[in-house]
Structure formats: C-alpha cells, structure tokens
Design a protein around this ligand. Structure first.
Ligand SMILES: [Zn+2]
Length: 320
C-alpha cells in the first residue's frame, strides 16, 4: 500500500480472525492487527470487552463466541471512546454498558466527530456503517476501580483506571486469579500505536508502570497477537513505552532547535521506521501521532478534536 493513500483507506483486505480460549471461560478474538476484543464468563452471565465498529461486525464476533457459551451479556465494557471500539454496542443487548467517567464525557464532547473521522480513516472496519443506530452511551461509569464478582469459583474481574494514556479515559480489565489482562489500546503487541488523542508523558511513565505492576501472565492488547507468558507481556509493554519515548524525544528535539512540525514528522518517522515501519497501521498513525505529540509538548493540554477535514489537512501536510 502506498504511504500516500489516506490513513487506512486503501487497506481493504479481509483479516483472519482467531478466537482463543485463554482460560476456562476467558476468550480473546484477535485479527492480524485489527482491533482485538474479549469476553469473560461469569457463573450465569457474560462480560464483553470492546464492541467493534458496527453492530454487523460485532454480530460476527458474537456468532463465534456463541459456539462456546450462550450466557446473556450483562456487562459490555468499553476500554475507551474511540468509534471503532464502541459503535457496535447495540448488537450485545447488554444490561449495563460500563466505561470510565472521562470516556462518557468524551463521547458527549467529541463522539460525533470521532465517528466521522475514524470511519473515514478505516472504512474496512466500518462494516455495514448504516447498522450503527447512533452514539454509544455508557450506563455505568466510574473514576478509579470497579469490581465485578463473576460468581462460583471464577473470581472477580477488576476494571481499573491507571491514569491518562491512549486517551483521557482508558480502562483495563484484569482477572487477578487467572492473571489475564485486557489492556485495550494502552498496550499494542507488534502493532503501531495510535496516539492522536493521547497523553504521551503520562502514558509512557506512570500509566504503563501501573499496568506492568500487575505482573500479568497473559495480555491482550488493543491490536496484535495475544502475549503469552511474562516475557511476551513485558515485551509488549516495553515496545509500547519505547515507541512513545522515541516520539517524545524526536519531536522535543526538533522543537528545541526551532524546527517545524513537518521536520518533527520526518525525524520521528526515520527514528521509528526500521523497528516499527512494517507493523500494522504505522504509516496511517504517524501523522496524527506526531501532530498530537507536538501539541502536547507545546502546552496544549487536551487533544484537539479530530474531524474528517482536520484528518485530511494533517495528512496532506505530513504524508502528502
Ligand atoms: Zn483507540
């Protein structure tokens, strides 16, 4: 694919989806770098993690999941507000839709613009876009931690906020008994990071420190394969941290010598390319990533809202 095709607009080949049973009643669906999702069985209910981009896409996942369990979905957990993670929610018929309180506020503030932006960037994920009935509204939100008792001897599922990161309101789902962590987009495993709505300094330090301290033995990141075992889990977290640190270092250096955004993009691209250039969505993400790093280091506290028009303008300036 040419780097000059806007975002992932030319990436239209189907990805192979793989459902993995990680432990008794714990499921992950990965898709060769497309967004991952998960499900956790309670004694008489299901918790689903992430909703995909449209109800049609979500129903295909639920059909696979229904080969393993027919329990009703009590909780649908949204790790953050991004459209390709939340707009399939109506397919689940969930009793409760859970998110961080900042995610609920972000959907109100910028959900509509994000929907248009993401469906333009990633048309393949927006399968049957007319099946989306509207924005997804969480019905239960929290600030720090929410524990769901799974019943029987299944232990508990802990939903936690570890600080600002990929967005202002990412949460992870942690199974302390099985040591399995659903990390959402806070960790990617051999897939490029999207950081256009991120807080790079918090994410690369305290937020990832919080995730690493859980000492997970299995990790499901936002994209890429499941990380099995402590070595792979640590490698995924270290890769995420390194990607962020390189961007901060390169953009910061260009700013300090009075350079331009375009120069910052070129320097960052050069620094990351050899190690990460072949990973999914690298070329797609980098203009948006560098734009946000630039803003963050310039003192713009909260990410500027991405719109379909702003996406094209930044793309043309940096990748054009
Ligand atoms: Zn995201």
């Amino acid at each position: 694919m040419s780097a000059t095709s806007f975002a992932s607009s030319a990436d239209l080949g189907e990805k192979q989806q793989t459902l993995e049973v990680l432990a008794d009643g714990v499921y992950a669906l990965t898709a060769e770098g497309d967004p991952n999702i998960g499900a956790i069985e309670g004694e008489d209910f299901l918790v689903c993690f992430e909703a995909l981009a449209t109800p049609t896409a979500a129903r295909e996942w639920l059909t696979k999941l229904r080969e393993h369990t027919d329990k009703p979905v009590r909780y649908l957990v949204l790790s953050h507000y991004h459209a390709v993670r939340v707009l399939g929610a109506s397919a689940y018929d969930a009793e409760v839709i859970v998110a961080h309180e900042n995610t609920a506020a972000l959907i109100t503030e910028r959900g509509k613009q994000d929907w248009e932006s993401e469906f333009g960037r990633m048309p393949r994920l927006a399968k049957d876009p007319d099946s989306v009935p509207g924005l997804t509204w969480p019905t239960l939100s929290f600030a720090d931690r929410l524990t769901i008792d799974l019943g029987g001897n299944r232990g508990e599922l802990v939903l936690e906020f570890h600080g600002r990161g990929h967005t202002e309101g990412d949460i992870v789902a942690w199974l302390p008994q099985q040591k399995i962590l659903f990390a959402g987009d806070l960790v990617e495993a051999e897939a490029a990071l999207y950081t256009g709505d991120a807080f790079h300094r918090d994410w690369s330090t305290t937020t990832l420190d919080g995730l690493a301290a859980l000492q997970a033995e299995t990790l499901i990141g936002g994209r890429g394969a499941v990380s099995h075992g402590r070595a792979e889990v640590d490698a995924a977290i270290a890769q995420t941290r390194h990607f962020l640190s390189v961007m901060l270092g390169e953009v910061g250096a260009v700013q300090q010598r009075g350079g331009t955004l375009k120069q910052a993009f070129e320097a960052t691209h050069a620094a990351l390319y050899e190690r990460y250039g072949h990973w999914p969505i690298f070329e797609h993400c980098l203009p948006f990533d560098v734009s946000r790093v630039w803003d963050e280091l310039s003192g713009v506290e909260r990410p500027v809202i991405w719109t379909a028009d702003r996406d094209r303008a930044v793309w043309d300036q940096l990748q054009g």
